[in-house]
Design a protein around this ligand. Structure first.
Ligand code: DNO
Length: 350
């Protein structure tokens, strides 16, 4: 298992030199950020990312994300050139030694929170989601943005896009995902890449848009769409666990052998559709992190894992879950749990 850390490239306030001082971290998860979603990345840009990581003695084998252009999610003939571009990106990434590509299939918006600065009594801040607050938002008229979001749409374009999605229900979105995967999975496999779809965050429909990667049966359906090991999952604990009805251990069982990337973070559910992000430790939220990691290891998971959103602590502000300190604590916690689980196994086998 390789513990990785997300890095937003050379404009990230958190530098590779800082990340390399986190003893638990082996590698970087990053992306090319200067190309509009849907375009082909420059070979040189990927080479530069690899070079920068190498200099910092960190591996760079995971890309999060290669964004899926909205036209692909909307389907139809207009999707074709974007699917071809996606394949070209996979070829470029394969040549550069990338082994895993994370992506999502959420229409129009990526992850959504209602509060980016929820204050805990101890002075730390975190991301939070209150469903009633979200229901009040008109997405076409609100300036919403979170790290990693596609900010390339003007308000008018966004309105037009949301209109187009009125014709797309869940089943159509599944169909468009199937078309996309049947085209790209063979190319990913030829180029030594595992595709890892990120679950919808939160895992329910928002703003009238369909969201389909939400639970164990959706994961099982996804894996069968193209039944190939390269068609896999980013197992994001916090995304799935936002819905109380999701049992993380069941999802691991359904996806055994096909989990290529793990995002580890914890959430505290308030009621059916409200939650707060917490520190990574089991005692801080609703997820039993030991049980999750043990199940993953028992299921043979040996892929990439990263601490996901952290709280903002020790004076860090406005980093939308991607500050340095709490994620570094998360990485250390993961490393501790993994070491204990693996050592216990050796003792048990003796
Ligand atoms: C949030 C992230 C997501 C993720 C994308 C993957 O912190 O987990 O933005 O990167 O959904 O495509």
């Amino acid at each position: 298992m390789k513990i990785t850390f997300r890095w937003y490239g050379s404009s990230d306030k958190i530098t590779l030199d800082m990340i390399r001082q986190i003893p638990a971290v082996d590698g970087i998860v990053t992306a090319v950020y200067d190309v509009p979603p849907g375009d082909v990345w420059r070979f040189d840009s990927v080479a530069q990312l690899k070079e920068a990581c190498k200099k910092a003695e960190l591996s760079c084998e995971v890309i999060e994300s290669v964004p899926v252009h909205e036209q692909i999610k909307l389907g139809g003939p207009l999707a074709k050139p974007y699917i071809e571009n996606y394949k070209e990106n996979l070829r470029i990434l394969g040549q550069q030694g990338i082994k895993c590509v994370c992506y999502n299939f959420m229409p129009a918006f990526d992850w959504v929170r209602s509060d980016l600065n929820f204050a805990y009594p101890d002075g730390s801040h975190a991301l939070a989601y209150k469903h009633d607050e979200i229901l009040k938002i008109d997405p076409a008229n609100q300036n919403m943005s979170l790290p990693g979001w596609d900010a390339s749409y003007s308000k008018t374009e966004l309105k037009a896009l949301l209109n187009k999605y009125k014709a797309i229900d869940e089943e159509k979105l599944w169909k468009n995902l199937e078309v996309f995967l049947s085209e790209i999975i063979p190319v990913a496999a030829e180029n030594g890449i595992n595709m890892a779809i990120h679950p919808d965050d939160p895992p329910w429909s928002l703003f009238g848009l369909p969201r389909i990667i939400t639970n164990a049966s959706a994961v099982s359906r996804l894996l069968k769409l193209v039944d190939h090991p390269a068609n896999g999952l980013t197992f994001c604990t916090g995304s799935f666990a936002a819905a109380k009805e999701n049992n993380l251990l069941d999802i691991i069982k359904v996806a055994t052998g096909r989990i290529h990337f793990v995002h580890l973070r914890n959430v505290k559910r308030e009621n059916a559709r409200d939650f707060y992000e917490t520190a990574h430790l089991s005692k801080c939220g609703d997820i039993d992190m030991y049980a999750v990691l043990k199940e993953l290891i028992d299921a043979g998971f040996d892929g990439y894992i990263r601490p996901d959103h952290g709280r903002m602590i020790w004076g860090e502000a406005k980093c939308g879950g991607y500050g340095l300190y709490d994620r570094a604590l998360g990485a250390s916690y993961i490393a501790g749990l993994v070491e204990a689980i693996l050592k216990r196994r050796i003792i048990d086998n003796e």
